[in-house]
Design a protein around this ligand. Structure first.
Ligand code: PEP
Ligand code: MN
Length: 696
């Protein structure tokens, strides 16, 4: 210890210099990265010129995937994580796409020159979210933007209609608080056309004159929508009076003008900075992911280049006869047009009659869309197209896990990888066995459950991995990194542990769940955790993407009923003494209460055999695949109880038709607080994954 200290002292001055030199190198590299990004952007614009000539769609997700796979592989050789490479290049690719779309849009509307000055009308004052949305939408002409502040949405529309502004920026829906009715109602009557959409990430902060303690705040001002989105936080401040303001920026201006340190406003960090206020708390919305979608309205429609993904908004009233709405919606299905939004609003003056607002993927300039709209007039009594505009739904391309498989480290014997087809005829009379909704008789095609873009029960094998229990931030972060790096799609981790002995580690509870969620977010992995008690279901469902029901709880009927009432997929493990019909009956409980998203998981049963922790019942997989449409997963870890047996059991599971595998991994199994002996080390997991994902 003493020696270490003296070394540090001696090295003091030279270390300072070395640090300065290193920092200079980093700054130099950052400059290079910027220069390269700018160069890449120029090339993207040149490429669109070529695409323009040949009529190729702007977005080519196949090419994006190939590019990402190559980059990830090249990154690995340079010692970079797949996750980091993916994140960086998702941004880079998105920027290229935006640039290319901008070029095509200008050409399609004959304004190929310098971007023109634009006057944007919006409800509120500078710093309001609509103002921020306008800046985001028109970032390419940031220096030529003028703003027309309006007291109401109607006034913003009117100033465009009257020619005092060129565009109106109108919030239409928020992912937490829902549709903005007033704007929907105005759209019905306006002569303006919708020419764009903007999705703005809204991050509410509590802002005040200076950095005072929360307890000294007495009054909070904001827009009613912002107040609604921060209800949980506000409930924690019972001593505060909340007052509504026209927009969040006005609330900030009010606090600044009054200069009272006991006042605060809910607004964006940018608004706080614009008005010179201090941020007391960030991220105070009930939902961490909070977005507002805006529509951009102009006097005339704008053409959308056919190679740009396009959306159209319309409003309609259906004919007054039974089934009219279904008939109208069938038109879209027949035409193969994807609806992205359906909202209904009362027709003012006609009680119990509704106007429907629809968004769909397509461009009014397309013939198939024209034909569909024409057809639609047969089942509507009012139909108005509000406009076609470039879609902002540009989900990043996720390279298929199979394409990212690393070369195997260890050799395995050749085997027949093809999973046998499930037996053709499923046994009838499922109802006699006490289940109906889960049976193949009830639904022939496989159920596919989508969790944040990951398809469970689809064609690709899905691997869920993570530690038995969440033990610390470091542990779960390391595990998440390994899961992501090797192609796992979901992160598991127990927070409430069902331990056979009351003296064993019982899990970190809610604190563990927060850590699991943080790791999932950091590595872009949906999370799975077990819920033990009916009273916890709602709270766990708020955070976890999938709820696990453990083997010991497979027939805990109050718990099954409770998870049947929440809109979260459930991973239902087979009880260690349960027959397959009992497993299906347990699943039926969940479906019967409304939740149709159940994944079955074979995890080993009790037999006379004691050589393994449990006996993995591989025959369960083809039997279940024949009897039910639900996805069937296998957990070889709890079946085997010993890490060396996990890879062969996982291989077997895949061979007999499991649609997914769940395995336990740990950065250092020797010190694991639960199920250490069965946890795979990261190198073992890497090997298993490259093998499982290498062949289809
Ligand atoms: C687990 O997945 O950590 C677990 C406790 O599993 P099971 O319920 O199958 O024992
Ligand atoms: Mn376990």
């Amino acid at each position: 210890m003493a020696e270490k200290k003296s070394t540090r002292r001696k090295a003091g001055a030279p270390t300072g210099r070395a640090l300065a030199v290193l920092r200079e190198s980093v700054t130099h590299l950052d400059g290079e990265i910027l220069r390269l990004l700018a160069e890449r952007r120029k090339l993207a614009v040149e490429i669109v010129g070529v695409k323009d000539a040949t009529g190729v769609a702007v977005r080519d997700q196949g090419r994006e995937e190939t590019l990402l796979v190559e980059l990830i592989q090249a990154g690995r050789e340079l010692g970079l994580d797949a996750h980091v490479v993916t994140q960086v290049f998702h941004e880079v690719i998105a920027d290229s796409l935006r640039q290319q779309q901008l070029v095509l849009q200008r050409r399609a509307n004959d304004d190929g020159g310098e971007p023109e000055a634009v006057r944007v009308a919006f409800q509120g004052i500078a710093g309001a979210y609509s103002y921020l949305a306008a800046r985001q939408h028109l970032a390419d002409r940031a220096d030529r933007l003028a703003f027309v502040e309006c007291p109401t949405f109607a006034a913003a529309i009117e100033s465009v209609e009257a020619g005092r502004a060129d565009l109106a920026m109108l919030p239409i829906e928020n992912t937490t608080s829902g549709g903005i009715n007033e704007v929907y109602d105005l759209l019905l009557h306006t002569r303006l056309a919708i020419v764009g959409e903007v999705k703005l990430r809204v991050e509410h902060c509590l802002v005040a004159m200076s950095d005072v303690p929360l307890s000294s705040i007495r009054r909070i001002y904001s827009h009613p929508q912002a107040v609604a989105q921060c209800g949980t936080f506000l409930a924690s401040l019972p001593g505060c009076k909340v007052e509504y303001y026209n927009d969040t920026a006005e609330a900030v201006a009010k606090v600044r003008d009054d200069g009272d340190p006991a006042q605060a406003a809910i607004a964006s960090e940018q608004a706080a900075a614009m008005y010179g206020l201090a941020v007391l708390r960030k991220g105070i919305a009930n939902q961490r992911e909070n977005f507002t979608r805006f529509l951009v309205a102009a006097r005339a429609p704008r053409a959308v280049d056919g190679r740009i993904p396009c959306k159209t908004s319309l409003v309609m009233a259906t004919a007054q006869k039974p089934g009219a709405l279904v008939e109208a919606l069938l038109v879209f299905r027949e035409a193969g047009i994807n609806l992205t939004k359906l909202e209904s609003r009362p027709i003012l003056g006609n009680p119990w009659e509704e106007m429907f607002y629809l968004d769909f993927e397509g461009n009014v300039a397309e013939e198939r869309v024209q034909r569909a709209l024409d057809e639609l007039t047969r089942s509507t009594r009012f139909l108005k197209v509000l406009g076609s505009y470039p879609s902002q739904d540009l989900p990043p391309t996720e390279p298929a896990a199979a394409k990212l498989a690393r070369p195997r480290l260890a050799a395995v014997t050749e085997r027949d990888a093809a999973a046998p087809e499930p037996p053709p005829s499923a046994p009838r009379a499922a109802e006699k066995k006490g289940y109906r909704l889960v049976s193949r008789d009830h639904k022939r095609e496989d159920t596919v459950i989508e969790v944040k873009g990951v398809r469970l029960g689809g064609d690709a094998l899905v691997v869920i991995a993570g530690p038995c229990a969440v033990e610390s931030r470091e542990q779960i972060m390391a595990a998440a990194q390994a899961v992501r790096e090797h192609g796992g799609r979901l992160l598991r981790g127990g927070c409430f542990k069902p331990r056979s002995s009351p003296y064993s580690f019982q899990g970190l509870g809610w604190e563990g769940l927060e850590l699991l969620a943080e790791a999932g977010r950091a590595y872009g992995l949906p999370i799975v955790t077990e819920v033990l008690s009916p009273a916890d279901v709602e709270g766990v469902a708020r955070v976890s993407d999938v709820l696990q029901i453990g083997a010991r709880n497979m027939q805990n009927f109050p718990l099954l009923r409770e998870v049947g009432r929440v809109p979260r997929p459930v991973l239902l493990k087979r009880g260690m003494m349960a027959s397959l019909d009992e497993l299906l009956q347990a699943a039926e409980y969940i479906l019967a209460h409304g939740n149709h998203q159940v994944i079955l998981c074979e995890r080993g049963i009790r037999t006379f055999e004691t050589a393994t922790r449990n006996t993995l019942d591989l025959s369960a997989i083809p039997v279940l695949r024949a009897r039910t449409h639900l996805p069937v997963f296998v957990d070889p870890s709890h079946a085997a109880g010993e890490r060396a047996l996990v890879p062969p059991m996982a291989r077997g599971a895949k061979a007999v038709g499991a649609q997914g595998i769940m395995v336990e991994i740990h950065p250092d199994p020797a010190v694991a607080l639960s199920d250490g002996p069965q946890a795979l080390t990261f190198p073992m997991f890497a090997d298993l994954m490259s093998e499982l994902l290498a062949s289809p």
